[in-house]
Design a protein around this ligand. Structure first.
Ligand SMILES: NC(=O)c1ccc[n+]([C@@H]2O[C@H](COP(=O)([O-])OP(=O)(O)OC[C@H]3O[C@@H](n4cnc5c(N)ncnc54)[C@H](OP(=O)(O)O)[C@@H]3O)[C@@H](O)[C@H]2O)c1
Length: 284
């Protein structure tokens, strides 16, 4: 399945191109410079040149705190530009798979969020991504995949942050313990995206890895996987004030994905072990 990836230089985009090529699909990932999704002619030209059957839109303004002070840019990239991609896909007759986020929910729940649950974003980022979902779904056959807490090569992520703090000997680590979510390994996510792309599923579907944890527990697992004995101290979100509010409970329900794929979601601990393997990192 010929696969074109916008935002092909980010964490999810890179992993998706690599996964598609492993499946033997012709796949092309475009950087912002090569395929700015805000430029209708460039999007249309990229699709006309590559003739994909599947377009995966990983392009987004993902710096959550910066979105608070740049709402116009957040909505331009995360919503309006998604409409540009959707219209181009509709005209070209290819399928759109668009990435979205757990931040579309308010995080006040206590049960995993299902696809049909009420949304209520509390940040500009979440609101702009929710608006982008609606734009994406205007394309016939489009699929929106919401995910959470992604780690992998190609961009800032929590595993690299913890590793950098350890290398800088900023210990003991103080990590937020009152936000619960589910880490997701980009390589597993990419496989899921291609499975979904091939399945023909439409609408919204949630994908994340198992089992849910707090950032504190995730940090402890990273320290342990690195074979280190470093103290990790649980702290409250209120001790780390940030411009954008974070959801307290951010677990996505993955029943629809598991039914579509016919398999359970992968454990993030297996992804963490893979990501931390030195030889794997140099080859990604
Ligand atoms: N990472 C997470 O934890 C997470 C969680 C939930 C959902 N998601 C969603 O997953 C998707 C991919 O996220 P990611 O983690 O891979 O993000 P990322 O590493 O920040 O990558 C984003 C990519 O989008 C590109 N981009 C930005 N503006 C663009 C534009 N106008 N036109 C074309 N490309 C543009 C960036 O290029 P430049 O570097 O050149 O700007 C980069 O390649 C996003 O939709 C995000 O909302 C991510």
């Amino acid at each position: 399945m010929r696969t074109l990836v916008f935002g092909g230089t980010g964490i999810v985009g890179r992993a998706t191109v690599a996964a598609a090529r492993r499946r033997g699909f012709p796949a092309l990932g475009l950087s912002r410079g090569q395929g700015d999704i805000g430029a209708p002619e460039r999007v249309a030209a990229a699709i006309a040149a590559f003739r994909p059957r599947l377009v995966v839109n990983c392009a987004a303004f993902t710096r959550v705190d910066d979105c608070e002070t740049a709402p116009e840019r957040a909505f331009a990239v995360n919503a309006e530009a998604v409409g540009i991609v959707a219209r181009a896909c509709a005209r070209a007759g290819c399928r759109l798979l668009h990435l979205s986020t757990d931040y579309v929910f308010d995080g006040a729940g206590a049960q995993p969020y299902r696809e049909e649950d009420a949304t209520g974003p509390r940040s500009v980022y979440g609101a702009s991504k929710l608006a982008g979902e609606a734009r994406a779904l205007e394309a016939p056959g489009a699929l929106v995949v919401r995910t959470s807490w992604v780690f992998g090569a190609g961009g800032p992520n929590f595993v690299d942050t913890i590793r950098a703090l350890l290398e800088a000997r900023r210990t003991p680590l103080r990590v937020v313990a009152d936000q619960i979510g589910a880490p997701t390994y980009a390589r597993f996510l990419a496989r899921a995206l291609l499975d979904l792309g091939e399945s023909g599923a439409e609408g919204r579907v949630h994908y994340r890895n198992r089992e849910p944890v707090s950032w504190f527990e995730f940090a402890r697992a990273i320290v342990a996987a690195l074979g280190l004995e470093v103290e990790v101290v649980p702290v409250a979100t209120s001790e780390f004030p940030r411009p954008a509010p974070r959801p307290a409970y951010s677990v996505l329900a993955v029943g629809r994905f598991e039914a579509l794929a016919g398999r359970p979601v992968e454990p993030w601990r297996a992804g963490l072990a893979d990501y931390l393997q030195p030889k794997e990192r140099t080859s990604r």
